[in-house]
Design a protein around this ligand. Structure first.
Ligand code: SF4
Length: 384
């Protein structure tokens, strides 16, 4: 029988795992089909997408939802009247290991509200990770949240115990965070610790990934500001992955203040598409097209919009184009481009059917491609 079926810890886990749902920086699915869903076997189990594309489950919970901070976007802030509780590290470790040994989960993600101050809370997160690593000899995946304002010593210790850590950046700059929190200092509590995490992560024996998350739509920021900051995080701080979480609130007054509330989830989706273009397609922030308010298009995905705005780039010749050029073609993803590069080493590609079964994506791609010296499909090119 799972320890987690014991009533005390089960009740706490239900509450604390529910309160961890908005944190996506643990690699919990950003795909719509798995969007913030939780498994049926326990509400603390969340699906995640593995680096190899497979799917597994993560045991994800806060160790406490008490919080002395006042982030306006967060339902757990110190002004909220919500049920509060904390977990004991030994109980938590046993509950998690029950699931791990049964093969139900692949690892654990631990976060917390700020109890007193950042370092006092980090002590508890670190203690839970130490119990897993040293008392139970757990060698699997641990992702620890680093709290804003943590000391270098706490960061170093947390990184040494983890496979991944995250400190949420929340906003693309100081001026936005100031609107949301009177306690967090953007540079001192968030950006400087992120740099420190990167430096400790490089020193350890274990490869440690650092991720982060923006809250989208809580501080009147534009998509352009988030995208520019995202690129800087990858290039200057060595972040492995950036996540985006649409701001959600049940509070009518706060809901009324959200800029473009009906677009929050579309914005989140478009930001993930841009992030994908950065990481997998060789795009950078100067390739991204916005409206006059600095927002991404609601109607078109950012890659297709780039193609529509660069007719001089097309058609791309399937048989001679570089990987870079093929990746610019709407409808061609990295796997299909790789397939084309391999196929054409063996023989000439004469038509879209040579590449594979013509589905909607390949049909779209065919409008931007030519197969020999002559642009066979050019006639369709601007007929969008
Ligand atoms: S520190 Fe974290 S838990 Fe506390 S109010 Fe801010 S976002 Fe919420």
């Amino acid at each position: 029988m799972f320890t987690a079926s014991k009533p005390g810890i089960m009740k706490k886990l239900q509450l604390l795992s529910r309160d961890s749902q908005y944190d996506l920086a643990c690699a919990c699915g950003s795909d719509k089909s798995e969007h913030r869903t939780r498994g049926s076997k326990g509400k603390w189990i969340y699906p995640i997408t593995l680096p190899n594309g497979g799917v597994s489950n993560l045991f994800k919970t806060l160790i406490s939802n008490h919080c002395d901070s006042d982030c306006k976007y967060c339902p757990l802030n110190s002004n909220s009247d919500v049920p509060r509780c904390s977990l004991d590290c030994n109980e938590l470790a046993e509950a998690f290991l029950d699931y791990y040994r049964q093969g139900e989960v692949f690892g654990i993600f631990l976060s917390s509200g700020i109890i007193g101050d950042a370092d006092r809370t980090m002590e508890k997160l670190i203690a839970c990770a130490e119990i897993l690593r040293y008392k139970h000899n757990f060698k699997g995946y641990i992702h620890l949240k680093i709290l804003p304002g943590s000391s270098p010593a706490a960061i170093e210790k947390a990184v040494s115990l983890s496979n991944a850590v995250s400190l949420n950046i929340e906003t693309p700059g100081k001026q936005f965070l100031q609107k949301l929190s009177s306690k967090k200092d953007f540079l001192k509590d968030i950006v400087e610790p992120m740099k420190l995490i990167n430096s400790f992560a490089k020193q350890g024996r274990r490869k440690v990934k650092q991720t982060t998350q923006f809250i989208v739509g809580a501080a009147d920021e534009s998509d352009r500001q988030i995208v520019d900051y995202t690129q800087a995080l990858y290039e200057r701080i060595g972040i492995s992955r950036v996540y985006f979480s649409a701001y959600q609130t049940n509070n009518a007054d706060q809901q009324a203040k959200i800029l473009y509330p009906e677009q929050s989830f579309i914005r989140e989706h478009r930001l993930y598409q841009v992030d994908f273009l950065f990481r997998k397609y060789g795009f950078n922030s100067s390739d991204i097209i916005y409206d006059s308010s600095g927002l991404l298009s609601v109607e078109s995905d950012p890659k297709e919009l780039w193609a529509k705005n660069h007719p001089e780039f097309f058609p791309v010749n399937v048989n001679t184009a570089t990987r870079y050029s093929l990746l610019r073609v709407p409808g061609l993803g990295p796997a299909t481009v790789e397939k084309i590069l391999q196929m054409r080493k063996l023989s000439k590609i004469n038509s879209i059917d040579d590449i594979g079964k013509v589905n909607a994506r390949l049909l779209k791609a065919s409008k931007y491609l030519e197969f020999a010296g002559v642009a066979k499909n050019k006639v369709y090119l601007f007929n969008f």
